[in-house]
Write a protein that binds this ligand. Sequence first.
Ligand code: BES
Ligand code: MN
Ligand code: ZN
Length: 541
Amino acid sequence: MAGAHRPGTSIGRVTMTIHTSEASAHATEADALIVGVVQGEDGPRPAPGASDVDDALGGTLTELLTALDATGRAEEVTKIPAAGRLPVPVIVAVGLGPVSNTGDGDEARFEPEKLRRAAGAAVRVLTAGRQPAGLNGTGPNGADSARGEKRHIALALPARDATEAGAVAVGALLGGYSFRRYRTTGIGTDAELTLLTALPADRAGAAAQRAQVLADAVTLVRDLVNTGPSDLVPATFAAEAQRVAAAAGLDIEVLDEHQLAEGGYGGILGVGQGSVHPPRLVRLAYTHPDATRTLALVGKGITFDSGGLSLKPPKSMEWMKSDMGGAAAVLGALQAIAALRPAVNVVGYLAMAENMPSGSAQRPSDVITIHGGKTVEVLNTDAEGRLVMADAMARSAQDSPDLLIDIATLTGAQLVALGSRVAGVMANSDTLAAGVADASVRSGEPAWAMPLPEELRKGLDSTVADLTNVSGDRNGGMLVAGLFLREFVPAGVAWAHLDIAGPSFNESGAWGYTPRGGTGAATRALVQIAEDVAAGQLPGE
Ligand code: BES
Ligand code: MN
Ligand code: ZN
């Protein structure tokens, strides 16, 4: 077909092919065709990209939408039978919400995030849930072989420039995600997506390729987070990192428990010592010949957080397989960075341990020595993330980074402060915190800059060691954790900390392109940060 680009690139079970204008909605055979609906003041209005469909329906699309009670509200999905007037059985109209600027009709510009969410919501509705027999096999273990049939979905959403096309593509790819490793029944449909755009093939192709790279990375992170913790212990997580590194052409070094002992990584060892699955520290490196700066990324990789001897109550433990979401995001970001090739050197550390209670576990009041020599009195073994992060952050001094970003599912207090969708950003400069939060938001990931109030630091004073791992004061727990980590930032290094405790895992219903379970949070933000460093926009002055 004319303008076909990158056929059959695979992301999980969703593939996407880009077609240019010759393949108009009239000519595109598919199982469903997605169009956008704007929430206008006088009712629903077809969005740019839907005009072919409207024509095929004899100009009745608005009438049909109104009759079906569609409003154009964001993510509202309305199915319209095509009744033979298009080469698809069903038109799926998805709401884009009100268009905020004054432009009307084809002039209106859509925020990328609105397009991502709309595309994601529509594709999710078409691919998620229990599928009828015949459409989707019910083979044992959800075997791929039993799932021969794919649903072909065409998207005629606004895609008039590379930004719009890219947003639709990312949202659609991520909305089609499902995690089926442990399913024995037919849930989730394979899909092939066709993005209809009038853009020249090279520009459409570039936008689609970037979308694919980002979606592949987020998919990797979601898969890792969703994997049961007995199937992803530090050694298996490190092996996954090795697989990704080999495929992406990244350098990799894995420190095992013996090398960690030799190197004096008391935080990672202390947290990991209660588990029969020993800890790991993984270092990944991407280099670019024209790079003038080095970015270090450090991710929390607690493969399961029981709390240790400071044991969590059962409810609080249910999702603690997701406590490696920071490390997974660093791995996913490096995979994407290796494909997008920005002119910056990037080093990634994945600090992996399983936090378990046992006869060998660390005790509240144990004193440990972090890499580099600082001592910590461990008063609460459930504040374990900061201990493994401290080791890896101190180690990053060896890379002389221009910017150090650490990313962790660090505190329940983050959820209290910002809710489950907005990451907290702390830094050793307010401008940097703002710059990092802005990069995250631009990438489609909500984030908010938070302060590091000096008066909270004294809560970490210890009676026996350089500092304790928890404060006597319960207030401002996210900020206290940030202040703890600040102690381990190599001298003179610009540093920002992202707390993604909430965003990394979606406990409630799916929305937009975000499924239940692992979300892949921070992956796209980290890629954006790397690109901003390459462009000289970060760390700023
Ligand atoms: N992994 C948790 C933080 C967390 C909580 C992530 C909820 C995702 C959802 C972390 O290791 C932890 O247990 N933090 C403690 C710190 C406290 C003991 C100072 C917390 O937030 O309760
Ligand atoms: Mn914990
Ligand atoms: Zn934790």
